[in-house]
Design a protein around this ligand. Structure first.
Ligand code: HEC
Length: 194
């Protein structure tokens, strides 16, 4: 009988199950010890920056750095306006005049408002937003209020909850920029001239 076919004797019978005393195959042992060695190298590589040992390559290794980035992205995804402080008074005026805010608002307007206010704000079911007539007032604060809380009883949905404060402000910037724009087929004036 060869050594490797020796049957171990545990001095007891386990339902007739026998155990050979064979060494583990070499390929298995290599993988086993290899993966242990690999784990040290791996950990050293991916934590080097955190322990400020070395490395400026910006690899994903940098736990401190990637942790901060993930936190920032989560914050942004959760709210989209985490750091947004609603501007008031003069700050609101300059906010609504900023070309960047106007074009951000334009994209939102095209996506949400054109069905009722027309492609160019000329008015369909909703009133013309390009004329000087306003049902609920045309000052930035008033337009902001119309958009944020809506006039649900009159067919104007509220956008504050679904869009959040920052986007409502962008929309206000765009609506304010529509005034005086010449459009084809403007809807007849509604409300009071301002
Ligand atoms: C389902 C149709 C509908 C949609 C969509 C809609 N509106 Fe309106 N909107 C109206 C109606 C109707 C009124 C008039 C409400 C009233 O008579 O009190 C109105 C009024 C307004 C007013 C006040 C106008 C005034 O004369 O005082 C503003 C500002 C306004 N909408 C902006 C928007 C913006 C911005 C969006 C997109 C985010 C939007 N609306 C989407 C129907 C809509």
């Amino acid at each position: 009988m060869e050594k490797k076919d020796e049957i171990l004797d545990h001095g007891q019978d386990y339902d007739g199950i026998k155990e050979y005393d064979n060494p583990l195959p070499r390929w298995f042992l290599l993988m086993f010890y290899g993966s242990i060695l690999f784990s040290f190298a791996y950990m050293a590589y991916y934590t080097a920056k955190t322990w400020s040992i070395a490395d400026a390559s910006g690899r994903s290794a940098n736990l401190a750095w990637s942790g901060a980035r993930v936190a920032a992205e989560v914050r942004e995804a959760e709210s989209g306006h985490a750091n947004f402080v609603p501007p008031e008074g003069d700050a609101l005026l300059s906010f609504v005049r900023s070309p960047g805010n106007i074009s951000r608002g334009e994209a939102l307007f095209k996506a949400n408002c054109v069905a009722c206010h027309g492609e160019n704000g000329q008015g369909v079911v909703g009133p013309n937003l390009t004329d000087r007539f306003w049902i609920h007032g045309g000052k930035p604060e008033e337009v902001l209020l119309s958009i944020a809380q809506g006039w649900p009883g009159n067919g104007m949905p509220a956008w504050g909850a679904s869009q959040g404060p920052e986007k409502v402000h962008w929309l206000t910037a765009y609506v304010m920029s529509l005034r005086g724009r010449s459009v084809s087929n403007p809807k007849a004036p509604q409300g009071i001239e301002e």
